[in-house]
Design a protein around this ligand. Structure first.
Ligand code: FAD
Length: 430
């Protein structure tokens, strides 16, 4: 007599790109998985849902998205896409946030994901508990954000996939003399458009993707933009009113003294200093630690080694996000359905240690434990090889790397280029 296989119940927290790709693959195997999506807002898209307001939303939740009004993607849509769902072929390669949001909406519609999601539902707590047969299950507590003091409801699942994003809780550096500064200070999380900074001198602190982007937006109307950072000076051609300075050593009433001793005067300081990982809903029993922006203990940056049915999509930084999320999800589902046997806890912990120590040996600071950059392609392929599924087409890597090279020297112009994929290994510029 055959025994009916029990369906694996999986909670997916968040309906941004990561949550959607998780739901898409879970729902394509209904004989194996039952998916329960949770999204605290009323829509899908996460980061790509622009909100002109800052602070809290109408239900008192902190505004999640750090999107700015005039953002165009810093990757061409040809590489941004999930491998099984291309963007529309026509139109520019570097697209607006509205176009990315529409793409994610279309993805959710196409794969019929919305019925799987409880909207306006904030997950408050995730806790491992013992199931009826002694196995570990997850107790998910959630509530309707629209109802004040709403009842907290509970769901039990066999697995949890955390997809809550990590561009919402700003890193705010504390420089000596901060309290003396008489100008305005804001984080890039709260930057929306350049108009309020017209004719002002603005210092953008940090030369990551947001710092570079916001600097260029501001330069069109600001009197001067100071880009303060600790990296080697940008090699790109830049507008004449941009001045590169070293990192801030201490603030003064009218600006800052930089690390190389230069005194800079400015009206506004925009902190483009990145974001913290936060998982406020994970109970202490989940044993997840964050040390210096390192999320521990995650095997392959995804799977909690102590409780492997708790996984995280989208932890890595400096990546081509959607294709990587796709691979991470496929990897997780293979471990959940039993077709991929994970190494022992000790082996997984040793793998994490080896990866981290290798990074330190290469000179990476600790906080770059999840930074990928050029390593992302090998990592994506490794997941595919271990999980025995198809690699991301080579053209994604080629075009990504080529765009990166152009970007380094032509920051002002690289988004004017348009590309078309012509095969799994080739593209053309159009
Ligand atoms: P998010 O999109 O942040 O989604 C997380 C979701 O989880 C949100 O909807 C949130 O409401 C929900 N959530 C959080 N906590 C809870 C809870 N407790 N209960 C229920 N729901 C919860 N990527 C590119 O590919 N190209 C680009 O050009 C690009 N530009 C970017 C520009 C900016 C300014 C930023 C911030 C990011 C950019 N990215 C870009 C990266 C982008 O973050 C990723 O592409 C991707 O959208 C991240 O998806 P995610 O699902 O991991 O997180």
């Amino acid at each position: 007599m055959s025994v009916a296989k029990e369906v694996i119940r999986v909670a997916v927290i968040g309906a941004g790109a990561a949550g959607l790709v998780a739901l898409r693959h879970l729902s394509s195997q209904t004989e194996t998985f039952q998916a329960f999506g949770f999204e605290q807002t009323g829509v899908v898209g996460g980061t790509w849902v622009y909100n002109e307001n800052t602070g809290s939303d109408e239900y008192g939740l902190p505004i999640h998205s750090s999107m700015y009004r005039d953002l165009r993607t810093n990757l061409p849509k040809e590489v941004m896409a999930f491998p099984d769902f291309p963007f529309e072929k026509d139109g520019p390669s570097f697209i607006t946030h509205q176009a990315v949001r529409k793409y994610l909406e279309d993805y959710a519609e196409h794969f019929k994901l919305k019925p799987l999601i409880k909207f306006f539902t904030e997950v408050e707590s995730v806790k491992p508990v013992q199931g009826q047969h002694g196995e570990q299950v997850w107790q998910i507590q959630y509530k309707d954000v629209r109802v004040k003091d709403s009842l907290v409801e509970t769901l039990e699942t066999d697995a949890v996939i955390v997809c809550n994003g990590h561009y919402s809780v700003p890193v705010i550096p504390d420089f000596p003399g901060m309290e003396k500064f008489s100008g305005q200070v804001l984080h890039s999380h709260d930057y929306r458009y350049p108009e309020p900074f017209k004719d002002k001198v603005v210092c953008c602190l940090g030369a990551g993707a947001s710092g570079q982007d916001i600097m260029l937006e501001l330069a069109k109307t600001a009197k001067q933009v100071i880009l303060s950072h600790n990296k080697a000076p940008l090699k790109s051609d830049l507008p004449a009113n941009i001045h590169q300075a070293s990192g801030i050593d201490a603030m003064t009433e009218t600006g800052a003294v930089m690390k190389d001793g230069e005194e800079c005067h400015f009206d506004v300081l925009i902190l483009c200093t990145g974001y913290h990982y936060t998982f406020p809903f994970l109970s202490p029993e989940c044993s997840l630690n964050i040390e210096d922006e390192r999320v521990i203990p995650l095997y392959k940056h995804i799977i909690h080694t102590e409780c492997p049915r708790l996984s995280f999509i989208g932890i890595c930084k400096q990546i081509c996000p959607f294709p990587q999320f796709h691979n991470q999800v496929k990897f997780v589902l293979k471990t959940l359905d039993g077709s991929l046997k994970l190494p022992t806890k000790e082996e997984m912990d040793a793998d994490i240690k080896q990866d981290f120590e290798w990074r330190l040996g290469q000179g990476f600071p600790k906080r770059h434990a999840h930074t990928m950059g050029p390593m992302q392609w090998q990592y994506n392929d490794e997941l595919a090889d271990i999980g025995q599924f198809e690699h991301i087409p080579k053209v994604v890597e080629q075009l990504y790397q080529d765009v990166h090279k152009v970007r380094v020297t032509q920051l002002q112009h690289y988004k004017k280029c348009n590309y078309r994929l012509t095969g799994p290994d080739s593209y053309i510029e159009v």
